[in-house]
Design a protein around this ligand. Structure first.
Ligand SMILES: Cc1ncc(COP(=O)(O)O)c(C=O)c1O
Ligand SMILES: N[C@@H](CCCC[NH3+])C(=O)O
Length: 475
C-alpha cells in the first residue's frame, strides 16, 4: 500500500452525523458506481479505471484538463425519450434549459422532439442559435425586460408565461405593435410550497413568482389577458419547486389549477376552452444524488397527474386539458459528472482525538455552488484507478481552491486511504445547476463541458482562458 504523505495522524476521523452514510467495508464498495447516481454509461474496467461512455477519464483529463464537466449524451437523450413517452407527446415536455444549456444540447432536445423552457434573453439566444423551433419555446421570468419580450415575440415563441400585471400590458403592446397575437400562459401561485422531501401548503404565497390564486390575482390576470387584443390565453402554469420526490405537491397544484380553469370557464364562457387547452405543471422532479435517494420515475408522476387531472375535470365538467411539464434536473442532472484532480490532502486535528481529511481539488464553489448554497449532498469516487486492495475508507471533505472557508464541493464522502495528489476524482450528478451557476470567483476560468458517446468525446463548451478572463477589461 502506498504510504500517505499527509498521515493519517489519527486512527479515526469524524464519523457520527456525516452525510455520506456508513463506512464502506470493502474496496469494492469504495469503488462502486451506483447505477441510480452515476451516468448510465459509466463503468469501472478490470484495470480499475472509470470509463464514461467508453472514454477513459484519464484521457479526458489529459485532453481537456480539469475540472471538467463530462456529459453522457446517450443518458441525456434517453431521459428526454422517457419523459416524452411518459407524457404521451414529446412537445408537452419542455426541457428546462436553466438546468444546463449549450447550443449542441438545444439541438439534442430539438432532435428528441421536446419543447424548451427558457427564462432569459440569453437562454433564448442560445436556443435560436441552435435553430430550435420557436413554436416549441416558452419564455419564463418574473422580470423579463421589454427587449426580452420583444425578442420572444419577434422569434415567434410558442408561449410567454406572464408573471405580472405590468408584463401583461407590456407584452400586449409589443404584440400589437408588431401586428401579431402572442400566445400566453399565466403563472399561477397555487399555495403549495415544495421542499426537497415534503411539501407544505401555505395560506399566503410569499414569493416573487406568479399570480396568487387565493387572492384572486390569477383570475384577474386571466381576465386581462383575455381582454388584451395582442394576447391569447392558451394555458395556466404552476411550478411548485425543485428536487421533489413526492407526487402529492403536484397533485394539489393540479387540482387547484383545474379549479381555476373551471372558474374562468364559468366567468368568460366555454369558448375560452377552445384556446385555453394546456395545464403546465412545471418542473421539479427530483433525482438521486446519493444511493439513498429514491425518486419516482417520470412514468409514475405522469400517471398520477393524469389521474388527478382527469378526476378534477370530471368533477368540474371540463374536457381533459393537455398536461405539460418542465423537467430540467431530471433530464440533465444524472448523466453528467465533474472530474477533478486532487491537489493536496490534509488531515486536520479536531477535538477528542479526531481528525478530518481535507482533499483539495482544482475547482470548487465556482463550478459547483450547490453545496455552499443548499447544503447539497453528492457522491464522489476515485476514478483514475481502483483503491489499493487493502485500503481503508476514510471520511473526507472535498474542498475547492477558492479563498473561502465555505468552499466545499462534497461535505462528506468515503475515499480510499491511499488517495494521493494527482489522482482523479469525480463527483456524480452535476449536470443540473452546476455549470450554469458557475462564477468567475477568484478569477478561476470556467471549466470545459464535453460530451461522451460510443467511445468518443467532443467539446460542447471550451474552457475559459486567461484571455477570456481579461476580455472585459477596458484598459
Ligand atoms: C418555472 C420553472 N420550470 C421548470 C424548472 C425546472 O425545475 P427542475 O430542474 O427542478 O425540474 C424550474 C426550476 O425550478 C422553474 O422555475
Ligand atoms: N438552482 C437550484 C434549483 C432552482 C431551480 C430553478 N427554479 C438547484 O440547484 O437546485
Amino acid at each position: 500500500m502506498r504510504a500517505h504523505p499527509a498521515g493519517p495522524r489519527h486512527a479515526d476521523v469524524i464519523v457520527a452525523g456525516n452525510t455520506a452514510g456508513s463506512r464502506p467495508s470493502t474496496t469494492d464498495q469504495l469503488d462502486a458506481l451506483h447505477p441510480d447516481v452515476w451516468p448510465r454509461n459509466a463503468s469501472r474496467g478490470d484495470d480499475g479505471v472509470v470509463r464514461l461512455a467508453g472514454v477513459d477519464v484519464r484521457e479526458l483529463a489529459e485532453r481537456y484538463g480539469t475540472p471538467l464537466f463530462v456529459m453522457d449524451e446517450a443518458d441525456f437523450r434517453a431521459r428526454c425519450a422517457e419523459h416524452a413517452r411518459a407524457f404521451g407527446d414529446p412537445t408537452l415536455v419542455h426541457y428546462a434549459s436553466k438546468a444546463f444549456l449549450s447550443v449542441e444540447v438545444a439541438r439534442w432536445v430539438a432532435q428528441e422532439g421536446l419543447s424548451l423552457d427558457v427564462c432569459s434573453g440569453g437562454e433564448l439566444a442560445v436556443a435560436l442559435r441552435a435553430d430550435f423551433p420557436p413554436e416549441r419555446i416558452a419564455l419564463h421570468g418574473n422580470n423579463k425586460s421589454v427587449a426580452e419580450l420583444a425578442a420572444a415575440v419577434e422569434a415567434g415563441v410558442g408561449a410567454v408565461v406572464v408573471d405580472s400585471y405590468f408584463e401583461i400590458a407590456r407584452l400586449d403592446q409589443i404584440a400589437r405593435d408588431r401586428g401579431v397575437v402572442q400566445p400566453v400562459m399565466i403563472r399561477v401561485t397555487v399555495g403549495v410550497e415544495a421542499h426537497t422531501h415534503e411539501f407544505i401548503a401555505t395560506a399566503h404565497e410569499d414569493q416573487k413568482f406568479g399570480f396568487s390564486l387565493s387572492s384572486g390575482d390569477a383570475a384577474e390576470a386571466a381576465g386581462r389577458v383575455i381582454k388584451a387584443e395582442g394576447l391569447s390565453l392558451v394555458g395556466l402554469h404552476s411550478h411548485i419547486g425543485s428536487q421533489i420526490f413526492d407526487a402529492n405537491g403536484f397533485e394539489v397544484a393540479a387540482r387547484r389549477v383545474i379549479e381555476l380553469v373551471a372558474q374562468l370557464r364559468d366567468k368568460h364562457g366555454p369558448e375560452l376552452l377552445d384556446t385555453l387547452s394546456t395545464v403546465d405543471l412545471g418542473g421539479g422532479l427530483g433525482i438521486a444524488y446519493t444511493p439513498d435517494d429514491d425518486p419516482p420515475p417520470p412514468a409514475f408522476l405522469a400517471e398520477q397527474l393524469r389521474t388527478i387531472v382527469s378526476k378534477e375535470c370530471e368533477h368540474n365538467d371540463l374536457p381533459m386539458p393537455k398536461i405539460a411539464v418542465e423537467p430540467g434536473r431530471a433530464i440533465v442532472g444524472p448523466g453528467t459528472v465533474t472530474l477533478y484532480e486532487v491537489g493536496t490532502i490534509k488531515d486536520v486535528e479536531l477535538d477528542a482525538g479526531l481528525s478530518r481529511r481535507y482533499v483539495s481539488v482544482d475547482g470548487g464553489m465556482s463550478d459547483n455552488i450547490r453545496t455552499a448554497l443548499y447544503d447539497a449532498v453528492y457522491d464522489c469516487r476515485l476514478v483514475s484507478r481502483a483503491a489499493e486492495h487493502d485500503s481503508a475508507a476514510v471520511l473526507c471533505r472535498v474542498v475547492g481552491k477558492h479563498c473561502e472557508a465555505g468552499d466545499v464541493v462534497v461535505r462528506d464522502c468515503w475515499l480510499p486511504a491511499d488517495l494521493a495528489p494527482g489522482d482523479l476524482i469525480a463527483v456524480a450528478a452535476t449536470g443540473a445547476y452546476c455549470y450554469v451557476m458557475a462564477s468567475g470567483y477568484n478569477r478561476l476560468p470556467r471549466p470545459a463541458v464535453v460530451a461522451v458517446t460510443d467511445g468518443t468525446s467532443r467539446p460542447l463548451l471550451r474552457r475559459e482562458t486567461e484571455d477570456d478572463l481579461l476580455r472585459l477589461e477596458v484598459s
